[in-house]
Design a protein around this ligand. Structure first.
Ligand SMILES: [Zn+2]
Length: 373
């Protein structure tokens, strides 16, 4: 079938109008309804609110103007042929207080877009099926630390992770069907977070800080939310944050594998060697030594003070190189291209905004096709 035959006519788009898509596009651009109305010119904020509430549908001409203002193809506003899941999920944010509502909505919209991209790609290539064991934590009956250790061990076992350090945490999640994206755009105050879509959970990593150890811990932390806190979605309170942290530590540094290696004194050269072996920060190792009872409270407190005094809480010695990077979506696109469907045709069929898809894939907008010899 020719791609021109797949194109939706303006009238079709208007009939298939999906209010969630309008909101998503608006939030993607970080605009309020008032700001969008101003950009479009011929509609009021009230009408936009009505479109988003589903009270009225925009006419084809209005849709065209909305599309231009929001830099999405008009077909983006047509409902995708699948069950909607927009309203039933929450993100977990590491630090709600430092995130403005606008940044939070924009970050969430990007994650929704990443899921849409994955679902669109699945029409052409087979992605790894979602394989995630859930160990829901019951915060009413405040479970003990040991249960989180067990939950982490259970996930490692379920994924056949060999004993010792996890080689590549991002790759591990992707191989088990979880989508991971890294923001390259400046949504600054948003650190890592995840959204537990029932079909494809998405883990979003904050803008690259260049620290492999911290980034791995972030990914394991978000995995902890998915495993322990699941679809129900409590948002970033102190209890769940601590639990996700404990999960990350246990997942990256299983007690039985690391206990005998941890020093009971502030032996920095040993911590540095362990950092290089386990690909976790010195700070994380120090906390682990205390949690597992290898190091006493007093020594730990001194160690933590030393980290601050030396400035190691900001920049630690022994950098580990580039952070792990997601590859799943990029490889899916490459594979799809080998089937004869070009990236451009895919994007136009999907109705997704090309520039944003490129951002999600880490494909430079100025990228030219490469001549293979
Ligand atoms: Zn968290």
């Amino acid at each position: 079938m020719k791609d021109s035959q797949l194109k939706l006519e303006p009238g079709d788009i208007s009939a298939l109008f999906d209010r969630a898509r309008l909101r998503m596009a608006r939030e993607l651009r970080g605009l309020t309804q008032v700001q969008l109305a101003r950009e479009v010119g011929s509609v009021t904020a009230g009408s936009i609110s009505q479109f988003e509430n589903g009270h009225t549908k925009p006419a084809a001409s209005t849709l065209r103007r909305l599309a231009v203002a929001l830099r999405v193809p008009p077909s983006f506003f047509a409902a995708p042929a699948r069950p909607p899941a927009h309203e039933q999920v929450n993100g977990f944010f590491r630090s709600l207080r430092s995130t403005s509502p606008r940044d939070r909505q924009q970050a969430l919209a990007y994650v929704h877009l990443a899921r849409e991209l994955a679902l669109e790609l699945e029409k052409y290539v087979v992605l790894p099926p979602l394989n995630l064991s859930r160990v829901p934590i019951d915060n009413e009956n405040s479970l003990q630390l040991v249960d989180i250790e067990q939950a982490a061990a259970q996930v490692r076992h379920h994924w056949n992770v060999p004993r010792g350090p996890v080689q590549d945490v991002v790759r591990l999640l992707e191989g088990n069907g979880i989508v991971v994206v890294r923001f390259r755009v400046g949504i600054e105050k948003v650190d890592a977070f995840c959204v537990d879509f029932p079909d494809r959970p998405v883990v979003a990593l904050g803008a690259d800080k260049g620290l492999r150890d911290r980034s791995r811990f972030d990914v394991a932390h978000e995995l902890g939310h998915l495993v322990l806190h699941g679809v129900a979605g409590a948002v970033g309170d102190k209890v769940t944050e601590n639990q996700a942290h404990e999960f990350a530590a246990a997942f990256l540094m299983p007690a039985d594998d690391i206990r005998s290696e941890l020093p009971d004194r502030l032996d920095w050269p040993t911590f540095l060697r362990l950092k290089a072996k386990w690909h976790v920060s010195i700070a994380a190792l120090l906390v682990r030594a205390k949690t597992l009872g290898v190091m006493d409270e007093h020594t730990y407190a001194q160690g933590w003070k030393a980290l601050s005094v030396r400035g190691w809480r900001k920049v630690e010695p022994g950098p580990l190189g580039n952070p792990e990077g997601p590859v799943l979506l990029g490889r899916a696109v490459e594979l799809m291209e080998t089937t004869g469907l070009s990236f451009t045709d895919f994007v136009s069929r999907s109705g997704l905004p090309e520039a944003d898809v490129r951002v999600l894939l880490g494909r430079d907008i100025s990228e030219r096709p490469r001549v293979e010899i």
